[in-house]
Design a protein around this ligand. Structure first.
Ligand code: NAD
Length: 315
């Protein structure tokens, strides 16, 4: 049977690039993009698109039947910074969408589910450096609470009902094609746009705030690799730690300065500083690398070069 994929929340930062890569791998017509808003022109013209509210189980089921969908990638969510402003809405979206999709898998309408977790599952009491796979998870944000709860639900549906659900704890994801949607690591995307346009950037995190990050290409590849891994190799069913690099605003700024020497960064922290301070500085993903051979490709230097080249070309 063909793999047919439905992506919920496809028009966002990760969905935009993941959907296009999935279409390349599985075929344009076999990857159905969906969101509550339209995606970019490439997404809308390269394959099927449906407007779907990810919390609306009946509509999801209707679309699953219409296209004979076998796998759902659930990317719709409210991210860390926005969730602090709208806690109840964030909880409803992040939890109800996940439970709807897990139920559809439990009832055998689909075979496999992908749902991203986040380093936000960790909190101020978690060891900050080389944060292990299994450690204290006491998040202090609404977003983190929804992600840690989601992880427990995924594991429960796997253990209790045999649902094949897979998950990664993404670090901050850096991209240049689509702007991010309200997270605490968004500065590390914005900084490249402003560096090229204005040669200056005001950062909402302090200069030495170190956070785990990853280039979009690596995040997309990790996601597809995990979903293609043999079931017996996927030993963790709550969420796999995933890492590539860690840096501070000062370090990314000095990397940019190598290519744009008159670039200037200033700092004016806001409520997002507190969120960032509650998260790990680096992640130990050795089990992920061992279980299904995960390897990242981009570090801060190669990512910066790639982003600045692409932004210059596409401006
Ligand atoms: P995003 O905010 O850019 O995109 C989310 C998409 O969901 C948007 O297009 C939005 O329109 C859509 N959406 C909102 N409500 C919806 C609803 N009710 N039904 C359907 N769609 C709806 O987010 P993203 O950065 O692409 O994140 C995708 C996933 O990855 C989320 O689960 C997020 O928590 C996780 N994640 C992202 C990062 C990151 O740095 N971007 C890091 C860790 C985890």
């Amino acid at each position: 049977m063909n793999t047919v994929i439905l992506v919920l929340g496809a028009s966002g930062q990760i969905g935009t690039e993941l959907t296009q890569k999935l279409r390349l791998v599985y075929g344009n017509d076999l990857v159905i993009a969906s969101d509550i808003r339209e995606g970019n022109a490439e997404m809308m013209t390269s394959g099927p698109f449906e407007i779907i509210d990810a919390t609306d189980k009946e509509t999801i089921l209707k679309i699953i039947k219409k296209y004979k969908v076998t796998q759902v990638y659930l990317l719709a969510a409210m991210l860390s910074a926005t969730a602090e402003q709208h806690p109840q809405k964030a909880w409803n979206l992040n939890m109800n969408s996940l439970l709807a999709v897990l139920d559809l898998a439990k009832d055998k309408h689909i075979e496999k589910v992908y749902w991203p977790s986040s380093i936000a599952v960790f909190g101020p009491t978690t060891p900050k450096e080389n944060t292990p796979q299994k450690t204290v998870m006491e998040p202090s944000t609404v977003y983190g609470i929804s992600k840690v709860s989601g992880e427990f639900w995924c594991n429960y549906y796997y253990e209790k009902f045999g649902v094949d659900v897979r998950s990664l704890r993404y670090p901050g994801i850096i991209s240049w094609k689509t702007k991010p949607g309200g997270g605490t690591t968004d500065y590390a995307v914005d900084i490249y746009f402003k560096a090229l346009k204005d040669k200056k950037f005001e950062c909402f995190l302090s200069e030495n705030t170190r956070l785990p990050m990853m280039y979009m290409d690596d995040a997309v590849n990790a996601t597809i690799q995990l979903m293609q891994a043999n079931s017996e190799d996927v030993k963790i069913r709550n969420g796999y730690n995933l890492a590539a690099m860690s840096f501070t605003p000062k370090e990314i700024a000095s990397e940019i300065k190598k290519q744009i020497p008159d670039f200037e960064i200033t700092y004016k922290t806001d409520f997002r500083q507190q969120i960032a301070d509650s998260w790990p500085q680096s992640i130990d993903d050795s089990q992920t690398r061992k279980d299904w051979n995960w390897q990242h490709q981009f570090d801060l230097t190669s990512m910066t070069k790639d982003i600045l080249e692409n932004l210059e070309k596409n401006q």
